[in-house]
Design a protein around this ligand. Structure first.
Ligand code: GLN
Length: 364
């Protein structure tokens, strides 16, 4: 029997003891849970989880290792990972490294051997809270004092966004998309490339004038970490360019579009994170099973009079899952049509963006 050498202390003083894996560092983060049964590599490398400690409810993690092709960003920035059972001996012909090695390389601590069911129930009951991952021998009061003394970071987008523009091109391209990178997942870029789009990925603080110089057919606003209200420059950018090109936004991008139009966002009790969230498409009553990862949501009442109309609703709690302003060729969704990981019911949204760009080109 190994001794329990690491622990998690939550804001309410509750403690969860376990074993360390990955990078051996202490960390103070917001604690959230994800119910996906597969896809830990994509989750660990999704930049939207920056500064968050993710509890996986699926009880066995690590068993198929890490592959070179399945990263959502090259340098993962998730705060920390908490699992029930960690398997350090993957069985998968595609695997190149173990999960623990990838966490270690990127300075991310992991904790395994804790009762993730109890932890998840506590997050559901009390909401997502902050926690500190530290040594098992650190007295609780000392750990709590460090937790309270650590400020909540508000600059995550600037940390994960690219610093210089970069190109993701495809053979036989028909469209050029400028993607504003607030922490973009690579599968969004792959989804656009597969549909004949050359993508120019630009930093979050790119100006409207700079975007015009790229002569895009459409502009995309990406997913990303943190509170959308902290990303003022991108809200201003959307205000400056709305109506000029077709615009598509995913997750943080959807929240920023809503704020730019005068809507409001608020924090959900414990967010939506998983691969089976049912969403109703209001135009025809079709249900999509979606991949989700967000803490904030757009306030439905705040959309009245903004020009944005709700297009999708979450069937579990009725929250807004999509908005559109058809006259200005703008639409966005709160969930993840690029999946990675998750079901692919919503891939048609990329085709919708292509259609908007096609119409725009024909009328130009
Ligand atoms: N995946 C995302 O883009 C998340 C958006 C935002 N950070 C939220 O948690 O709501």
């Amino acid at each position: 029997m190994q001794t329990l050498e690491r622990k998690l202390v939550l804001e309410d003083g509750s403690e969860y003891y376990g074993h360390g894996f990955g990078y051996p560092a202490d960390r103070v983060c917001e604690l959230v849970f994800n119910t996906s049964m597969v896809g830990y590599q994509e989750i660990v490398s999704d930049p939207s989880y920056t500064d968050q400690m993710v509890v996986m409810t699926y009880p066995l993690i690590g068993n198929y290792g890490i592959t070179d092709e399945d990263f959502e960003t090259r340098f993962p920035t998730i705060g920390a990972l908490v699992v029930r059972e960690y398997n350090d001996r993957p069985s998968n012909f595609r695997y190149t490294k173990t999960l623990s090695e990838i966490l270690e390389e990127n300075g991310i601590p992991g904790l395994w051997g804790v009762d993730t069911r109890q932890l998840t129930r506590s997050i559901r009951a009390h909401g997502s809270r902050r926690a500190i991952l530290t040594g098992a021998d650190v007295p609780r009061e000392a750990a709590l004092a460090r937790l309270r003394a650590t400020p909540v970071p508000r600059d995550a987008v600037s940390r994960v966004s690219c610093k210089k523009r970069w190109y993701a091109r495809t053979a036989d391209h028909r469209f050029h998309v400028v993607a504003v990178d607030c922490g973009i997942k690579l599968n969004i870029i792959r989804s656009l490339n597969r549909r004949g789009c050359n993508v120019t990925v630009v930093p979050w603080n790119t100006t409207a004038e700079e975007i015009a110089l790229y002569q895009p057919d459409g502009v995309f606003f990406s997913n990303g970490p943190g509170d959308p209200e902290d990303v003022g420059p991108v809200i201003e950018l959307i205000r400056a360019i709305r109506g000029r090109w077709p615009i598509f936004g995913i997750c943080l991008g959807h929240q920023l579009i809503s704020l730019a139009f005068g809507g409001r966002t608020y924090k959900l009790k414990f967010g939506h994170r998983g691969g089976n969230h049912p969403v109703l498409r209001l135009s025809d009553g079709k249900i999509e099973i979606t991949s989700q990862n967000h803490s904030y949501a757009v306030d439905a009442d705040s959309l009245a009079g903004t020009g944005l109309i709700p297009t999708h609703t979450n069937l579990l709690d009725g929250t807004v899952e999509g908005v559109a302003c058809p006259e200005e060729r703008i639409f966005s969704v709160q969930y993840h049509p690029e999946s990675a990981p998750g079901p692919q019911d919503s891939g048609y949204l990329f085709d919708q963006f292509i259609e908007l760009m096609k119409e725009d080109k024909t009328h130009a």
